[in-house]
Design a protein around this ligand. Structure first.
Ligand code: THU
Length: 136
């Protein structure tokens, strides 16, 4: 692929830097586990998010919640490339629930940077429940 969104010329390091900056804004006093995420959108935008916890532990928001919220708020579109980092800035896999969030806005072809390399979301969330299931 060629062009700014091509798989081969994506600057994953730059995208990870955005995720690390987002992580530095995390509010994670309960888990002590800050997370940052960043993604490219099909129109060239970059969106990001950090986790925001709550005294009611189970109500904490994963970093991906902030990311999809920013995506929608700033004009929608489709996610094409995604990365997630932990408090050390190391590449992290998104949790199971957040894979579902990512599927909604990126679909099976969304490319994820993982500790095992770049993989499509279809591999990280096989047999996904999708909006198509709601059709019947
Ligand atoms: N966390 C995220 O923000 N995203 C993930 O994909 C993995 C987990 C957050 C949730 C919680 O605030 C902290 O990491 C520890 O689980």
């Amino acid at each position: 692929m060629t062009g700014p969104q091509g798989a081969d010329d994506i600057d994953w390091e730059a995208l990870r830097a955005v995720a690390r900056d987002a992580m530095s804004h995390a509010y994670a006093p309960y888990s002590g586990y800050p997370v940052g995420v960043a993604a490219l959108v099909d129109d060239g935008r970059t969106v990001s998010g950090c986790n925001v916890e709550n005294a009611s532990y189970g109500l904490g928001l994963c970093a991906e919640c902030g990311l999809v919220s920013e995506l929608q708020r700033t004009g929608g579109g489709r996610l094409t490339h995604f990365t997630c980092v932990d408090g050390d800035g190391e590449i992290l896999v998104p949790c199971g629930r957040c894979r579902q969030l990512l599927y909604e806005f990126g679909g099976p072809g969304l490319l994820l940077e993982t500790p095992k390399g770049i993989v499509p979301l279809a591999e990280m969330l096989p047999q996904a429940f999708t909006p198509k299931h709601l059709d019947k």
